[in-house]
Ligand binder design. Structure first.
Ligand code: SAH
Length: 273
């Protein structure tokens, strides 16, 4: 099987840019028209990007996808198909969700150029980065947007702001290429200390699950629905860009809070009552 780099090995003269490009993936969620999948593969390859991941496409594999991929059928053939967005981004350190509707979610929002700069900087520093695109009819669900660290909106005509899926992929892929051509030298030549490895998406999801359980255990919500508080907490921790060691520390605190809640609830040995 080809490695992703083999599709793009001549796409960037600078080896650091090539290495960063190989850490960028585009994720298409629930795509309805296979032609858009092919056109997205072509959009990526023209910009020197190699990694496409498909989440539960509606009609795939399909001849139409390969027709529209033109010469990018190699890249398309290598695109993994998975069942959920969580699976597609489990090893990612930065996940950006592209949305046709501005300010629809309480996420920090970037324009494409800013998003590309952030994405390339993170990839240059060794992080895995995903740009996520939604369904043609309905875009990304709120649950899917919750898995993203920030939203990206192409500032199109406000009265007609929804681009064709593959056209939106092309705009973002072009901005990524410009950012990669500007150079992707890591900000520091110092090797990253193992304790400072940024927490992966899967680590953060484990933390959020435990945080939700703990808030329940200490009756933080008091009958209110937990959604709004959890959304705000997700945003807060996304801004903090936690590393693995910090996540371990916070989870240790949560584990103690859960233990104390159990004791207070009478689930303990009784020695404290
Ligand atoms: N009717 C859908 C539009 C989906 S278009 C909706 O209202 O959400 C399919 C996908 O293309 C979107 O989910 C998004 O990922 C991308 N897209 C389309 N227009 C965009 C824009 N202006 N900015 C960012 N992404 C866009």
């Amino acid at each position: 099987m080809n490695t992703p780099l083999s599709f793009i090995e001549s796409a960037f003269a600078d080896p650091a840019s090539l290495a960063a490009a190989a850490r960028l993936r585009v994720v298409l969620v629930g795509t309805q028209h296979p032609g858009n999948i092919g056109a997205a593969a072509r959009a990526l390859k023209t910009m020197g990007l190699a990694r496409l991941v498909l989440v539960a496409p509606e009609d795939y594999p399909a001849e139409e996808a390969y027709r529209r991929a033109a010469g990018a059928d190699d890249l398309l053939g290598d695109a993994p198909v998975v069942d959920t967005l969580a699976e597609a981004v489990a090893d990612c350190h930065l996940v950006l969700g592209c949305t046709a509707r501005s300010r629809r979610v309480q996420l920090e929002e970037h324009a494409p150029r800013q998003a590309a700069a952030v994405a390339v900087a993170r990839a240059a520093a060794g992080g895995e980065v995903a740009l996520v695109f939604g369904r043609e009819r309905t875009g990304l669900s709120n649950e899917e947007l919750q898995l993203c660290h920030a939203a990206v909106h192409i500032p199109a005509n406000p009265g007609y702001s929804s681009l064709n899926l593959a056209a939106a992929v092309q705009v973002l892929a072009y901005e990524l290429r410009l950012a990669l051509l500007e150079g992707a030298a890591p900000a520091t030549a110092e090797p990253v200390h193992p304790d400072e490895v940024p927490a992966s998406h899967a680590h953060m999801e484990g933390f959020f699950t435990q945080l939700g359980d703990t808030l329940d255990a200490i009756d933080f919500h008091k009958g209110r629905t937990p959604d709004s508080a959890m959304r705000k907490l997700r945003r807060l921790f996304a801004k903090a860009q936690l590393n693995e060691q910090e996540v371990r520390l916070l989870r240790g605190i949560l584990a103690d809070a859960q233990r104390m809640a159990r004791l207070a609830g009478g689930g303990g040995t009784g020695s404290l009552s």
